[in-house]
Ligand binder design. Structure first.
Ligand code: BES
Ligand code: MN
Ligand code: ZN
Length: 495
């Protein structure tokens, strides 16, 4: 069960909860008002006895005698505050919450010595608390000792500017809800979350003012989406294309479009994958989950931009009716594709989704997200997602948002030499071109479906699933992309 975290804000006042958290900088200093409330002598003594320096993410957790009204004091180091960057504050929030995991209440003094915290830092800290609090344990009927946690945790954030704090708290909570929504979608097994069930989740966004349209098999046949539909043929699950629209900008403004790969399970199809690790292919809809999470985030904060999300939902299964290697399919664009490998299905789904999005919306930018290739993990591991783009401004804006959020991107090349590799002997192109430069040839394939649109492709196979655990992520699915793209919109395309 997910821990229920209730956070409220207050101006700096005496602690009322039995656990107290204080931030300490690299000079060993905490904010003056906090020292007054908590007791400077106590803080100093703990620092001395435990050799606590206040380095970034250093943490001590001490039992107190209760004379001040609280039983535990947690000190967390923030290091040199001016130098904190990227997701440092998210990590600080996450590490703090980890220390609180078995307590039911805490006062957190979210203030540092000698400087006023930036709004973004406060927001990030709260976000870190919420993201760390997430656990996907819906299906555990018995929790072992290690997994047992307090059912809820009531946190009071003690802030210098409580009024601003309330707004930040609301914003952090809604962004956290969006990230956790994406994590939940990805973590759910494919027997529970098929294409229909995914559509139901998308429709929940209507409550937030998102316009949702669902195209079914018949609609897509009419549009000629032979590439997407080919992937779906082996599955009993019906294919869908979900179109989400948030109109927060001027009516005439061209929208920002986000397109997601939503393969609810990728067995490989007739080019069946080997069994080792195949269970992870329940997360092959990580791109679609990120796009859906992004729309939730943007609508919740009433982003001042027109945003479109398009996700292709299919299941890739072997079956008598499944498409075969050697089949030639015709995409909505009219271009034909030789299916060399039915396991290179993501690009088939995206080709029709990208073309549809470009044709219908003429977007200002179009960014697709997909757990597209194993090869991107060979190249970049899990620390960066691969970025491919036909437009430098968009690429730079994305890279910047990545550095700011800690959802980092590394730009990979596109050129005509790589493009040639995609050519087929019998059709306009082939969906698999050998082992070399596997992520690049996949991106070159997609590029043939975006025309002149300013476009970027994010290969998130290494970052969205089986993600590395850190201070604010202990989940198999990280929710990668939601924070990144929300920031991209905010920094570069809003207002
Ligand atoms: N969904 C996979 C890529 C993937 C692999 C994502 C591992 C996350 C973890 C994709 O559909 C796929 O199977 N790609 C093939 C392409 C190849 C057949 C050209 C791959 O990467 O091996
Ligand atoms: Mn595949
Ligand atoms: Zn796949």
């Amino acid at each position: 069960m997910q821990k229920n975290i209730v956070i409220e804000s207050s101006t700096i006042s005496a602690p009322k909860k039995n656990v107290v958290v204080v931030l300490v900088n690299e000079d060993g200093k905490s904010a003056f008002e906090v020292e007054k409330m908590v007791g400077k002598a106590l803080v100093d003594r703990i620092m001395k006895v435990r050799h606590f320096k206040g380095d970034k993410l250093e943490l001590v957790d001490e039992v107190c005698d209760g004379k001040k009204g609280f039983d535990r004091l947690v000190l967390i180091g923030v290091g040199n505050v001016a130098r904190l960057q990227g997701d440092d504050w998210v990590k600080l929030g996450g590490a703090t919450f980890a220390a609180l995991k078995d307590s039911e209440e805490a006062d957190i003094y979210l203030t540092v010595a000698g400087e006023k915290l930036k709004e973004q830092s406060i927001l990030d800290f709260i976000l870190g608390i919420r993201l760390r609090g997430y656990a996907f344990d819906d299906y555990k009927t018995v929790l072992k000792n290690k997994e047992k946690k307090a059912k809820s945790c009531k946190i009071t954030l003690q802030l210098e500017d409580e009024k601003a704090g309330k707004i930040l708290l609301e914003r952090a909570n809604s962004l956290a809800d969006a990230v956790l929504f994406a994590r939940d979608l990805i973590n759910q097994p494919a027997n529970i979350l098929g294409t229909k069930e995914f559509v139901k989740e998308v429709e929940k966004l209507e409550k937030l003012g998102v316009n949702v349209e669902i195209l079914d098999e018949k609609d897509m046949k009419k549009l000629g989406m032979g590439a997407l539909l080919g992937v779906s043929r082996g599955s009993k699950r019906p294919p869908y294309l979900a179109v989400m629209q948030w109109q927060g900008g001027k009516t005439k403004d061209r929208p920002l479009a986000f397109v997601g790969k939503g393969v609810v399970f990728d067995s490989g199809g007739i080019s069946l994958k080997s069994s080792g690790g195949m269970e992870g292919m329940k997360g092959d809809m990580g791109g679609a989950a990120a796009v859906t999470g992004l729309l939730k985030a943007a609508a919740s904060r009433k982003a001042k931009a027109n945003i479109v999300g398009v996700i292709g939902l299919v299941e890739n299964m072997p079956d008598a009716n499944a498409q075969r290697p050697g089949d030639i399919v015709t995409s909505m664009s009219g271009q034909t594709i030789e299916v060399i490998n039915t396991d290179a299905e993501g690009r088939l789904v995206l080709s029709d989704a990208l073309w549809y999005t470009k044709e219908r919306f003429n977007p200002k930018i179009m960014v697709d997200l997909a757990t597209l290739t194993g090869a991107i993990m060979v190249a970049l591991g899990s620390d960066h997602a691969g970025l491919f783009s036909n437009q430098d401004d968009l690429a730079h804006n994305l890279i910047k948002a990545g550095l700011e959020t800690g959802e980092k991107l590394w730009r990979m090349p596109l050129n005509e030499t790589y493009d040639k590799l995609v050519d087929s002997k019998v059709a306009d192109m082939r969906n698999s071109c050998g082992r070399h430069a596997g992520s690049i040839t996949a991106a070159q394939f997609l590029k043939r479906f975006v025309g002149d649109t300013a476009w970027a492709h994010l290969d998130i196979a290494g970052t969205a699933i089986e993600s590395p655990l850190n201070e604010y992520n202990q989940s198999w699915a990280s929710g990668f992309g939601v924070r990144l793209l929300d920031r991209l919109i905010q920094d570069s395309y809003e207002g």
